[in-house]
Design a protein around this ligand. Structure first.
Ligand SMILES: NC(=O)c1ccc[n+]([C@@H]2O[C@H](COP(=O)([O-])OP(=O)(O)OC[C@H]3O[C@@H](n4cnc5c(N)ncnc54)[C@H](OP(=O)(O)O)[C@@H]3O)[C@@H](O)[C@H]2O)c1
Length: 308
């Protein structure tokens, strides 16, 4: 049976998602909505999507198996709440919401309705990251002492949601990847030790945060006001692991007295594995659990509100 998706939003990531679904035999995007009907129709025509809407409420009257929310962060909560109220499972682009309270409300509602809500943290689902987790279990670098995460890309799309203060700037757009990786590797017990930020007109342009996870030092560095190599470095007492392009990894190196390099291509693209996990391993998925989404939301909120 064909799995029918409804997509809310018709921008950058929605278009990429449509390409991904085209490569899954038993799935199709059945309907798409944008506030602008022409835009929805034009994307729908390009990808052979049978139905387009200028109001997602109308789209939700269709019989759909899954909804994908691909709108700016500050709209995720309200839209997801309406979808879950209808008892439809929903994959929400990162970050799930703009606060711990909102993420808690959505995960509680999903439990109450018996349907799943998932935060689309694609990086954690990539084959290279799954391989990294497997390698880490063998403790090739001994005891982990420090984890440094850095994703900084100069992004001057001033008219995009990135520069809307309600969307949390670089911390919520990019820092969510850093924080999700740290929580996935180091767990949920943490303290925030220090935060430095660059903000303009209420928009977070850069964050450097120092955390402690049960004695392991962790660094979150993210920004849209500068370009730096995107990298996670896991430092142990017997070696180092380097993961380039940590938000969409395809390789990593384990550095001891020699270097072992690992390369794992995407299954199709960087979104594919998370879509398969959400749709096929619906209840078994232990990667982006509710508990992790809640910890990520809490850390982001505490970093955002840290007095500095
Ligand atoms: N996983 C990834 O690799 C990845 C990459 C990029 C972005 N993202 C995430 O995807 C989300 C969207 O990013 P994007 O780059 O696709 O943005 P985008 O290109 O600006 O597209 C956003 C879409 O949402 C619609 N929209 C805007 N505000 C809305 C609102 N209040 N209510 C309903 N619809 C609204 C837009 O306008 P119209 O309604 O006029 O069409 C547009 O169709 C963000 O949360 C971002 O974090 C993820």
């Amino acid at each position: 049976m064909m799995i029918r998706w409804g997509v809310i939003g018709a921008g950058n990531i929605a278009t990429r998602f449509l390409k991904t679904i085209k490569n899954i035999d038993d799935q199709e995007v059945f309907a798409i909505s944008s506030r602008n009907l022409q835009k929805a129709q034009s994307v729908a025509a390009h990808f052979n999507v049978p139905h387009s809407y200028d109001d997602y409420h109308e789209m939700l009257k269709q019989d759909l198996n899954f909804i994908y929310i691909a709108t700016p962060h500050d709209s995720h909560f309200q839209i997801a709440k309406e979808v879950l109220e209808k008892g439809v499972p929903v994959l929400i682009e990162k970050p799930m919401t703009m606060s711990l309270a909102q993420t808690k409300e959505l995960t509680d509602l999903a439990k109450e309705k018996g349907v799943k809500v998932m935060e689309a943290l694609k990086s954690l689902y990539t084959p290279a990251y799954r391989k990294l987790k497997e390698v880490l279990e063998k403790e090739p670098i001994g005891r982990i002492i420090k984890v440094e995460t850095c994703i900084c890309n100069l992004d001057e799309r001033f008219d995009s949601y990135l520069y809307n203060p309600a969307c949390g700037g670089s911390l919520y757009d990019i820092g969510v990847y850093n924080v999700a990786c740290l929580v996935d590797i180091l767990g949920s017990q943490y303290q925030i030790k220090d935060v430095k930020k660059n903000e303009r007109d209420g928009v977070n342009l850069y964050t450097l945060a120092l955390l402690d996870f049960n004695g392991v030092t962790a660094i979150v560095e993210c920004g849209i006001d500068r370009k730096k190599a995107s990298m996670m470095k896991i430092i142990g007492d017997k070696g180092i692991i380097e993961v380039p392009l940590m938000h969409r990894p395809v390789e990593f190196s384990v550095i001891q007295d020699h270097i072992t390099r690992y390369h794992q291509d995407y299954e199709y693209d960087d979104l594919y594995s998370q879509v398969i996990a959400f749709t096929k391993n619906y209840y078994e998925d232990k990667i982006m659990t509710y508990s992790k989404s809640l910890t990520v939301a809490k850390i982001l909120e505490e970093i955002r509100d840290y007095p500095c």
